[in-house]
Design a binder for this molecule. Structure first.
Ligand SMILES: [Zn+2]
Ligand SMILES: [Zn+2]
Length: 191
């Protein structure tokens, strides 16, 4: 799912969160949504400030990829942080790190259960199901990521920078989990 930030090309679209019109030229977040009525995803638009409260995960990822200026960035960041702290927000894209909500998922690498409330790394992988390739989420213990990296695709560096963009956890937790993933102590190097 691609989430984008762009200037509204017309003043006709309305915000899916507050239902009010998004003015022409105003920045908006577009979230690709599959609907049951069509095979192609359609874009749903939100004011950035509305998205900050309702879709902080999607907005966070889109902001990371947006190079222009965001006029009310401080307000948006604050609304995003508040919403993330409330604990109801979901990450907007894979891969990400969160706490296992249940103790049911098994680790892709070691096949052991991931304990409830322990950190896990969620990735999207392609699985063959009845001859069709399907995308489905997979979960790993942080320390199981390195030995399984070839199945995840990409380098550890890429993965770390992606989870940093997508995850909705605070920095200290992130550093601790990343340390477990990379097996590096000390906190030197990296970003
Ligand atoms: Zn709105
Ligand atoms: Zn494991």
């Amino acid at each position: 799912m691609a989430n984008v930030i762009e200037e509204a090309k017309s003043g006709r679209a309305s915000c899916r969160t507050c239902k009010k019109t998004i003015a022409k030229g105003e920045l908006r977040l577009g979230v690709e949504q599959m609907t049951q009525f069509s095979d192609t995803p359609s874009m749903q638009w939100h004011h950035l400030l509305c998205a900050a409260g309702k879709l902080p995960g999607e907005l966070k990822g889109a902001l990371a990829g947006y190079e222009g200026d965001v006029p009310n960035r401080a307000d948006i960041d604050k609304a995003m942080t508040d919403s993330i702290k409330s604990g109801k927000a979901k990450p907007g894209a894979f891969p990400y790190i969160d706490k296992a909500p249940t103790g049911r998922a098994k680790c892709m690498q070691c096949d052991e259960t991931i304990e409830k409330d322990s950190w896990r790394v969620a990735v999207e992988r392609e699985l063959e199901v009845n001859g069709f390739m399907r995308k489905s989420p997979g979960y790993m213990h942080p320390k199981c990521v390195a030995p399984n990296l070839e199945n995840v695709g990409g380098t550890m560096e890429d993965l770390v920078s992606q989870v940093k963009t997508n995850s909705l956890i605070d920095e200290a937790d992130m550093d601790a989990v990343v340390e477990e993933m990379t097996g590096e102590g000390g906190g030197d190097g990296g970003e």
